[in-house]
Structure formats: structure tokens, C-alpha cells
Design a binder for this molecule. Structure first.
Ligand code: SAJ
Length: 432
């Protein structure tokens, strides 16, 4: 084994699973985090994160003695930086590289001849070469490429499927030089079963941003068609289903907006790097960011006004079946509703369900579905009927069974579904 000891800085949704995979593959791993609660939990063989299968592996790897937790880095053969890169600034959204700088500074003094440093954090193009390398070189008095290896290996795992994808996904390994990329290939080869593709650091940085940008632009396109369909009075969900039968067409799903720490953020790194060439990427961000306002308009439309109306918001996480509420479109929708005088009662099948839904619905005016958790898709409307002051349901994810909810006496409206579709279906129902 070429890099027997590894120091992983940042024990979030990427750093912790990565540390675990290396520990399971037989490396000696120290996991570092600035948050005392994260370190304390890991020392007890526990984690504060919710991800399928994670708690069990944390327990076994901490017990095995191959994974330890610490507040500060120490000497190791390889260092992995997996800290957040958010955006800051409202008018001009720029990458906030403070955490990357701090993490780099913290490992710099421990880098030796022959060490490997890998940046996993998603970064604007050029960061590893222009920001990370100089900091490491200053702190270690060594040269990147000549004396130590430096690579960018962006994570690409999907929250909810992290432990599978971290092993099976193909990996991009961008080296500051060829030997660095090869060193990274050797390191990740200890647990990755997907293919490993080597390139330079800046290409690897851009590849990661391109992936998330493509998804953001495609979601924006679906959202834009949802608005068009509402305007034309047709059903975008039916239209998408039909269009997707074309062998080279694959629309994503419209919804209340794009959340999470990645897809809503990363496109701005590309815009920041080349604003004059990225009008499409910037416009897509604007379209997706405008969806919460559209959802509040749908509610206002359905209720006549928002002032004093009781809205039950179903789903607070940024997407289905995860526990992560950070950067959730639900937060934006709820804020707009409240600013306009609505009284919002919140429920989430995963993170906030102390008060049962049946109780929240009592005398409510609108049930607003913002996240398509499995638990919501399988709700039995007959058990919820007769409690609301007004049985209006607005489904922003098209996840409810229209026939069942209508039969139970609810008025179901769906984002992207215009009036004509509803009336045609009603007409054809009557004909039958
Ligand atoms: N969304 C839609 N419609 C869709 C798909 C998603 O509105 O058809 C919304 C979701 O509800 C959510 C947001 O987009 O609010 C993002 O969800 P997601 O499942 O598309 O992506 P993330 O943020 O959970 O994970 C993405 C993944 N990137 C790609 O699929 C290209 C993952 O592989 C990356 O590793 C991750 O970003 C990351 O960390 O960069």
C-alpha cells in the first residue's frame, strides 16, 4: 500500500464517507473537523449525519481502530480536503474559498516529500493551481509536482446513495502533473470500483462544474416549460412523458426550485470564471430561483389571497428522502408565504413530524406539497379528508395520486398543470 496513512479534513457528507471507505480498505485514517460535536460523535463511534448505511459503517470502522477523529491535522502520507465551498454575495455570487484556504493552511506544515494532497471540494476552475498549491508550497517549503503530489478529485456522489456511488461511480483524477494524477489513481484504487480517468486539475475542476450545471440548466428548462404549460392550459407532466419517448430527449422534472449545496451553487463558479460567455447558465439560475415565488403565486391564486390563510407546508428538505434542509426551496417558499401574511404550519416526514399531519390540517386552507418524500407519495387521502377549512391541495412535485385525492373530496392543483388539461380530463370523465 503506497499511502498507508491518510488525514481527511472535513467530516461532512463527503469527507466522512471517504474517510470510512479508506479505513475499510485498510488505511490508517484520521478524520479532522473544526466542529467539536462532529469529532465527539465520531470518537463515540457515531455520526450526526443521516445517510442510508452510514451509522453502521461509522460504528465498525471506529471500533476497528482504523478511523480516529481529531480537531487538527497530523502527519500522514496523503491528505484529503473535503470542506464546503459556498457562494457569498447577493448581487455577484462568488465562490467563498475561506474554508479551502483554512484547510490547506492547516495541512501545509505536515506535507513532506512524497506526500499526496487531494482536494475533493468543488472549486472554481484554477483554484488548485492558483490558491491551494501556493499555500502548500509556502507552508512546506517544497514544490508541488516536484516534491509532493497534488490533485483534484471532485466528489460526484448523490445524497441518499452516497455509500454506493462513492465506490461505483467513475472518478475524475486531475493532477498538477502526470505523476500526481497517477498517485491519486493509486490512492483511490483502494476502494473505487468505477473507472478512474486522469486529467489536469483545471479540467477536473471544470468537469465537476459542468456536470452540476448541466443538471441545473435542464431543470430550468423543465421549470420554464411548466410555466409555458400553465400559460397554455396544458399539463407539462403529460407533455414531458410524451416528449421523453423520443430516443434522444430526456426532460428532468419541474418543481418548486433547486436546492442543496451543489446544483444551486456550482453554476455560479462557472459564471464567475467567464461572465461574458455564460448568459444561459446565469439565466437558468434565475429561472430556478424564481420558482418559489411562482409557487406562492399558485397558492395565492388558489386561495384568493394569502393574508390570514393557514397553509400546511409538506416537506422541508431540499429533495425527497434526505434529511438535509439547507438551501431548500421549501424555506424560500415558506418565507414568501409568511411575508405575505399566510400562517404556515410545517411538516416533514423525515426531519419534523412531532405534530401529526392530521392535526396540522385541522381548519387549514391549503395543503402545499413541496417535497415528494416516499411517505407523502403513499399518503392515504381518505384518512385526511374532512379536516381542512378548505380542501385545496397544491402539489408542486406531481407526486400525489390525482384520482384518489379528488375522490376523497380534495381540490388538487399541480404545478405545471394548466386549466385546459384539467377541464379536458373532466370532460372525458363525464363522457365515460
Ligand atoms: N430537482 C428538480 N428536478 C429534477 C431533479 C432535481 O427540481 O428533475 C431538484 C431537487 O429537488 C433538488 C435539486 O434539484 O432541490 C438538486 O437535487 P439533485 O438530486 O439533482 O442533486 P444533489 O444536489 O442532491 O446532488 C448533485 C448530483 N449531481 C448530478 O447529478 C449532476 C451529485 O452527483 C453531486 O455529487 C452533488 O450534486 C454534488 O455534491 O455536487
Amino acid at each position: 500500500m503506497r499511502f498507508p496513512s491518510i488525514c481527511v479534513v472535513g467530516l461532512g457528507y463527503i469527507g466522512l464517507p471517504t474517510a470510512l471507505m479508506f479505513a475499510r480498505a485498510g488505511h490508517q485514517v484520521v478524520g479532522v473537523d473544526v466542529d467539536e460535536r462532529v469529532v465527539a460523535a465520531l470518537r463515540d463511534g457515531e455520526t450526526l449525519l443521516h445517510e442510508p448505511g452510514l451509522a453502521e459503517i461509522v460504528r465498525t470502522q471506529v471500533r476497528s481502530g482504523r478511523l480516529r477523529a481529531s480537531r487538527s491535522p497530523e502527519i500522514a502520507d496523503a491528505f484529503i480536503l473535503a470542506v464546503p465551498t459556498p457562494i457569498s454575495g447577493l448581487a455577484h455570487k462568488r465562490a467563498d474559498l475561506d474554508a479551502v484556504r483554512r484547510a490547506t493552511e492547516s495541512v501545509g506544515p505536515y506535507v513532506r516529500r512524497g506526500s499526496l494532497v487531494v482536494v475533493e471540494s468543488t472549486c472554481p476552475p484554477g483554484t488548485v493551481e492558483q490558491v491551494v498549491a501556493p499555500i502548500l508550497e509556502r507552508a512546506s517549503a517544497l514544490r508541488a509536482g516536484d516534491d509532493f503530489f497534488l490533485a483534484h478529485c471532485p466528489e460526484r456522489v448523490l445524497p441518499g446513495r452516497i455509500l454506493t456511488e462513492i465506490v461505483e461511480n467513475d472518478r475524475v483524477l486531475g493532477g498538477i502533473d502526470r505523476d500526481s494524477a497517477e498517485a491519486a489513481r493509486e490512492l483511490y484504487g483502494s476502494f473505487v470500483s468505477g473507472q478512474m480517468i486522469t486529467t489536469d486539475t483545471t479540467t477536473a475542476e471544470l468537469v465537476k462544474l459542468m456536470e452540476n450545471t448541466q443538471r441545473d440548466v435542464n431543470i430550468a428548462l423543465a421549470n420554464e416549460f411548466a410555466l409555458v404549460a400553465e400559460h397554455l392550459g396544458i399539463d407539462v407532466w403529460e407533455a414531458i412523458e410524451i416528449a421523453n419517448r423520443h430516443p434522444r430527449v430526456n426532460f428532468l422534472r419541474p418543481g418548486p426550485g433547486v436546492g442543496g449545496h451543489c446544483i444551486a451553487v456550482d453554476p455560479w463558479f462557472v459564471v464567475g470564471a467567464a461572465p461574458q460567455f455564460t448568459p444561459l447558465i446565469a439565466a437558468s439560475r434565475t429561472v430556478n430561483d424564481s420558482m418559489p415565488l411562482h409557487v406562492s403565486d399558485l397558492v395565492a391564486d388558489g386561495l384568493g389571497s394569502l393574508k390570514g390563510q393557514v397553509v400546511v407546508a409538506l416537506g422541508l428538505t431540499y429533495k425527497a428522502d434526505v434529511d438535509d434542509t439547507r438551501e431548500s426551496p421549501s424555506n424560500a417558499v415558506i418565507t414568501i408565504l409568511e411575508q405575505n401574511g399566510a400562517l404556515v404550519r410545517k411538516h416533514d416526514a423525515i426531519v419534523s413530524n412531532d405534530v401529526p399531519l392530521e392535526e396540522l390540517l385541522r381548519d387549514a386552507d391549503c395543503l402545499l406539497v413541496l417535497v415528494d418524500h416516499a411517505a407523502y407519495r403513499s399518503l392515504d387521502p381518505s384518512l385526511l379528508a374532512g379536516r381542512m377549512r378548505r380542501p385545496l391541495v397544491i402539489d408542486t412535485r406531481n407526486c400525489l395520486d390525482r384520482a384518489a385525492w379528488t375522490l376523497a373530496g380534495f381540490e388538487l392543483r399541480t404545478l405545471g398543470r394548466g386549466g385546459r388539461a384539467a377541464s379536458m380530463i373532466a370532460a372525458s370523465d363525464q363522457r365515460q
